[in-house]
Design a protein around this ligand. Structure first.
Ligand code: HEM
Length: 209
């Protein structure tokens, strides 16, 4: 019993540690001059892609439980926070390494380049979710917490759209991320209630037997 509780909490910390490995690895490669070409752009790109991956995995936790009975809910907060920290690192790379903290250019970029406006909006929406991801906020906000965290649908579609618009040449990768984001949000909005009702009905039939 105690061992399983210790493992549960240790495994969550393991998710954080493993989750930060790509960032630490790219940082090491960048700092030691092992990223070929435009290292800042590559670094920015990789952090952005990992942010999107963590956003997608976070949103996939519920459908995985609904459809396959695999419960990863205890890792969801860690995955969501990893997504947040990757966006923070992506944004910081843009501000510090890409734009050298030239705030006039940054504000201009955010206002005038639609893909950056969308990225910034997604980031801004992610902040209240990260702040309220702790147990105290969940208790305090009650059902409002669920409503607030529905913002994740907008964030994920915004993040995927930002990626699609950022690339100069359309490749399958951003389109695949967008398709996965659309499927995950579509599941939540249109199919989840039906899946849950179907499962409830199956359970009731099984109990009646
Ligand atoms: C949820 C938030 C965000 C996500 C998921 C995200 C994700 C991504 C991804 C996947 C790319 C890769 C595109 C490529 O191949 O270069 C990208 C590029 C980029 N992002 Fe974000 N981003 C987010 C927020 C932001 C914010 C807040 C900014 C700055 C205000 C920003 C600035 C940029 C820039 C400038 C690029 C293009 C880099 C280049 O020129 O190659 N992003 N982002």
């Amino acid at each position: 019993m105690i061992a399983s509780r210790v493992w549960r909490s240790a495994s969550v910390w393991l998710v954080y540690v493993v989750g930060f490995v790509p960032a630490a690895w790219y940082f090491y490669l960048g700092a030691t001059g092992q990223i070929p070409g435009n290292a800042v752009k590559v670094f920015e790109h990789l952090l952005g892609v990992w942010a999107l991956r963590f956003l997608l995995v976070t949103l996939a936790v519920t459908p995985i439980r609904d459809l396959f009975g695999i419960n990863l809910i205890r890792y969801r907060r860690a995955l969501g926070l990893l997504a947040f920290w990757y966006v923070v690192m992506h944004f910081s790379t843009y501000m510090i390494l890409d734009q050298a903290l030239n705030f006039q250019v940054i504000v201009n970029d955010i206002a005038k380049r639609p893909f950056i406006t969308i990225g910034m909006a997604s980031f801004a929406l992610l902040i209240p979710l990260a702040i309220t991801s702790n147990s105290w906020s969940i208790r305090k906000l009650g059902s409002r917490w669920n409503s607030l965290h529905k913002l994740s649908y907008v964030i994920i579609l915004g993040g995927a759209l930002h990626y699609l618009m950022a690339v100069r040449v359309i490749t399958p990768e951003p389109a695949i991320y967008m398709a996965i984001a659309a499927v995950l949000v579509g599941y939540r909005l249109f199919f989840r209630s039906r899946v849950l009702a179907w499962r409830k009905q199956r359970r009731a039939v099984a109990m009646a037997r």
